[in-house]
Write a protein that binds this ligand. Sequence first.
Ligand code: ADP
Length: 558
Amino acid sequence: MALACPSPKPAPRAALPRVLIVEDEAIVAMDFQRRLTRLGYTVTGVAYDGQQAIQKAGETRPELILMDINLGKGLSGIETALIIQQHQNLPIIYVTANSDADTVRRAARSCPFGYVLKPFEDRELETAIQMGMVKHEVECRLRESERRFNATLTSMADGLVATDAGGRVEFFNPSAEAITGWPQSQVLGRRLTEVLRLHEDSGATTNTDFIVALGAQPMPPHGSRTARLERRDGLQVPVEYRAASIRDERHNLAGIVVSFSDIRERQRAEEAIRCAQLDLARAHAELTRKHEELQSFYHTVSHEVKTPLTSAREFVALVLESLAGPINQTQREYLSLALESCDQMRDCINDLLDATRLETGKMSVELRSASLGELASRVVAMLKPAAEHKHIHLSATVKPGVPEVAMDETRIAQVLSNLLNNAIKFTAAGGLVAVTVGLAPERSDWVLVTVADTGRGIPADQLDRIFDRLYQVKGPEEAGCGGLGLGLHICHELVTLHGGTIRVESAVGKGSTFYVTLPLLPAAAPGHAARPAEINRDVAGPARLPAAAAEFNLRKGL
Ligand code: ADP
């Protein structure tokens, strides 16, 4: 039953409680009223018997009742107090001339807030009222805290059982009902061992007589464990549970509390995650295996094809140069076409082999100090004939004062050659292709090479995929041009291996510019001390375009 409770804050001295006097003798009642008024209290009314008291307690809303125990005929003061307390949460102080054991015992049963024996001094009355108010306030707080505690335990998702010191169930929350299948009404007062039947995964039954287990050892309680809980209907559900002892202020065992939760959902989720992880691991292993198979297949095929292709090309070249006897014009034309096809096929195979090496980490670069400007000029010089053949103006500009960079010349020549071949391929007659080498404007410790053309450009929506493996823009120029869409991918990987960057800007119909940056030698970079161990210096460097790079000037059928 909800009882009204005044504010739990202690009443300030000025706000003395409003008092209802219940006294069957009118003269004594008047005396009480006079004394209370003198002491500063407000008297809400005077009742001369039990019935009047019940009525006036409801009507005059007092904050305290001064109750004579002996009210003559009808209800006694104690009976009246018990009835009022059923409806109103009021402190009641008994005033009586009787202090015999029986009266005191009867009064005690109604939980009075004070007991004053007649006759009494004003001081005694005042003290009794103040003590009663404090006691009442403390009780209110205790009830409030109990209500909160009860609401929390009742609404929690975990099942909760509390027992008394004898192991009999005293508290059983709704979640405990749901998990065990036992209604609270049938559980209260039963032994916990009858209600909470736990079985280990091994099948052994856990002794839920925690009173014995926890009674022997003081806190802390044992940690959480899992087991199978046998519900009332015999079904077993997996639970996680935890038991703790409740101790009184003398540290004696006052009961135990067991919390438990149904972990079916959690176990299902864990199982699903385990299965998904297994599937993923299997799929990953399978993919890795297939990938390795494919790599080794590419490698083998490329090697197997490259050897006969090289000798076929050599023989075609030999016949073309009339070293095997004179040939006529038609034969020359056919043989030239055959040679071109051999070169295209060789480029594809080389790209495949490079891409495979890069992916398997077998591509290494040997960094040496060298001039990027000189290397770019040499690559441009080698590709000049191909550009002229297409009536394209190809130029190289090396800005003054560009320091050397750490690079593998063969590989950087391969990158430049690839970019230039593409530029020439996708630029129409009369167009321009320009290479520039200088310090990067945004970072003075980087060298920037740009390869710009006035060709057909790359559609904006494909720019971010252009360096992907096997990616080609679909267009009429691509048809029959050979290539596998590996060139730019290889460029990207090789530049990255050098610690550099590559990116492109392009506009359809206007042209494209590729930007390659490479870090300067540590000693040359402003603010950096030389670290010779980092770079295998060979200052003299190769004077000519490396042999492997020379191969690229013939790439892509140019
Ligand atoms: P592949 O190895 O087949 O020649 P790349 O990786 O070198 O392919 O280039 C990928 C695609 O990028 C090409 O198919 C081409 O469409 C486009 N591309 C590359 N460079 C240029 C350029 N300078 N101008 C226009 N398109 C280009």
